[in-house]
Design a binder for this molecule. Structure first.
Ligand SMILES: [Zn+2]
Ligand SMILES: [Zn+2]
Length: 417
C-alpha cells in the first residue's frame, strides 16, 4: 500500500469547508483593500531563493526541495515573496504600474524534519505591497492582517512589532550582538553556535531554554536605529494607536530572513504552543527588488500559515461545517430510472445539491444511503408516481411527505431550502 510522503497531508472533503471558508473570507477582505490575486509557479530557479532569502539562512542551507534536470536546478518554492518580486520585475509591473498590491493563496514546500510537527507541504495566505517606502503601507498591511483574523473570527491573538532599522542599522545591531554574545558563545545550543557565524539574528528566535536565558540577559533595546528609521517606526506606531490596534513592541523580534529591514511584525497565538506561536508574520524588504535586478523600491508584506489558522479556528469552533441541503433521488424500476435522469439534472441545474443511487438498490437500502449522506429531502419516483406525473417528496427533518408535481419540484425545493 502506498503512503503519502511524510510531512504531507490529504485534505479530505470533511475538512474542505473550513479551507474554503478561510480562502473565501480572505479573497473578500483582500479585495476590499484593493489587493489583487497573483498565482506564480510552484517551482523557480534555485538561485532566486539563494539570492533573496540569503545563502546563510536555514531555508536555503537545509530546507529546500531541489529538482535537478540536466544543467538546471529548480526549487519548490519555500515561501511566496521571492517569486512575487521576480514576477513583478519580469512582467515590467514597475514600469507599467509602479505600485502593486498582490495577494496569494497556495502551497509552500520545506524539507523540515516532520517529527517537529511541521509540514513539508504547508499553505500560506499572504500579500505583498511593492512600490512604496512610506510608513502608511506598513500600517495598511498590519491592519489588513488584523482584519483577516477578525473576519475569520479568531480571538486571543497578539500583535508584536519591531523595527530593524535600515541595513546599516541592522549591520550595527549584528556587530553589537556579536560583541555581546562573544563570551557566552560556548553556552549556546549547537544550532546557535553555528548561527553565531552564519546568521546571528536567528539566535534571538531560538526556543532553547539556555539560549532564551542568555538573550533575556542581553537586555536588547531598539537604540541602534538611525533618526529616519526611528521616525518611520514612530509614524507606524502613531497610526496603529490612532486606529486603536493593540500591539506590543518587542526589540528582539528580528525575523530570520536576510531581506527584512525596518518594520517587522508577528501575529502570535498561545493556542499554538510556546515553540511555534506565530499564526503569521511579515515585514518590510526595501532592498529585495533591486537585489533581484529590479528598480530601487520599497516593499512590505506578510503571510499566514493556513494550517495554523485552522488549528486555532477549529479549537475555537468558529468555522463549523454547515448542514447541507442534499436532495436524494430514489427511482424504482427502469422507466422511473430513465425519467429520473432528467429530474436529477433539472434539480442540479437549479443550483440545489442532488444525488442518486446508480446501483439499483431496493427502496429500503436507498433510504439507508440517504440517511448516511444526511440528505434533507428524499424524492421517490416509482411507476405509480410516473403515471400521475408526480414525485413523493419526503422531508427528512420532520418525516413528513407529500406528492409534488414533477414540473413543480425544483420550485418547491427552492422554496423550502
Ligand atoms: Zn536607519
Ligand atoms: Zn539556541
Amino acid at each position: 500500500m502506498f503512503k503519502r510522503v511524510s510531512g504531507t497531508r490529504d485534505i479530505l472533503p470533511n475538512e474542505i469547508e473550513s479551507w474554503q471558508n478561510i480562502e473565501n473570507i480572505s479573497r473578500s477582505i483582500f479585495s476590499c483593500h484593493n489587493y489583487h490575486q497573483i498565482r506564480t509557479p510552484l517551482i523557480e530557479e534555485e538561485s532566486l531563493f539563494n539570492r533573496s532569502l540569503g545563502e546563510s539562512t536555514e531555508i536555503v542551507q537545509k530546507q529546500m526541495f531541489l529538482i535537478k534536470r540536466e544543467h538546471d536546478v529548480f526549487a519548490m518554492r519555500p515561501e511566496g515573496t521571492a517569486s512575487i518580486v521576480r514576477a513583478y520585475i519580469e512582467n515590467n509591473i514597475d514600469k507599467s504600474q509602479g505600485f502593486a498590491k498582490y495577494y496569494y493563496i497556495g502551497p509552500m514546500f520545506r524539507a523540515e524534519r516532520p517529527q517537529k510537527g511541521r509540514l513539508r507541504q504547508f499553505h500560506h495566505i499572504g500579500c505583498e505591497a511593492i512600490g512604496s517606502y512610506g510608513p502608511g503601507i506598513d500600517v495598511e498591511v498590519i491592519v489588513l492582517a488584523d482584519s483577516l483574523l477578525k473576519a475569520y473570527g479568531i480571538k486571543g491573538y497578539r500583535i508584536v512589532i519591531n523595527s530593524l532599522g535600515c541595513f546599516s542599522d541592522k549591520q550595527a545591531f549584528i556587530l553589537s550582538l556579536k560583541v555581546k554574545l562573544q563570551e557566552m558563545r560556548s553556552d549556546l545550543c549547537d544550532d546557535c553556535k553555528d548561527r553565531y557565524e552564519r546568521n546571528i539574528l536567528r539566535i534571538l528566535d531560538c526556543k532553547n531554554e539556555a539560549c532564551q536565558k542568555i538573550i533575556k540577559e542581553l537586555n536588547i533595546s531598539g537604540s541602534s536605529r538611525c533618526e529616519p528609521c526611528q521616525a518611520h517606526f514612530n509614524s507606524v506606531r502613531q497610526s496603529l494607536d490612532l486606529l486603536k490596534i493593540d500591539y506590543e513592541v518587542a526589540p528582539n523580534l528580528v525575523r530570520g530572513l536576510d531581506y527584512y529591514n525596518r518594520t517587522v511584525f508577528e501575529f502570535k497565538h498561545s493556542e499554538l504552543g510556546a515553540g511555534q506561536d506565530a499564526l503569521g508574520a511579515g515585514g518590510r524588504y526595501d532592498s529585495l527588488v533591486k537585489q533581484l535586478d529590479g528598480p530601487e523600491t520599497g516593499a512590505v508584506g506578510f503571510a499566514f500559515g493556513i494550517e495554523r489558522l485552522l488549528l486555532v479556528a477549529n479549537q475555537q469552533a468558529i468555522i463549523a461545517p454547515k448542514e447541507g441541503n442534499l436532495v436524494y433521488l430514489v427511482t424504482l424500476g427502469d422507466d422511473a430510472k430513465n425519467a429520473g435522469l432528467q429530474i436529477l439534472s433539472d434539480i442540479r441545474q437549479s443550483g440545489i445539491i442532488a444525488d442518486t443511487d446508480y446501483e439499483g438498490k431496493s427502496l429500503k437500502a436507498a433510504m439507508r444511503k440517504a440517511n448516511d449522506l444526511h440528505a434533507r429531502f428524499v424524492a421517490i419516483l416509482g411507476s405509480d408516481e410516473l403515471k400521475e406525473g408526480v414525485i413523493t417528496l419526503k422531508d427528512m427533518a420532520n418525516s413528513s411527505q407529500e406528492k409534488v408535481k414533477i414540473a413543480e419540484l425544483t420550485r418547491k425545493l427552492k422554496g423550502s431550502a
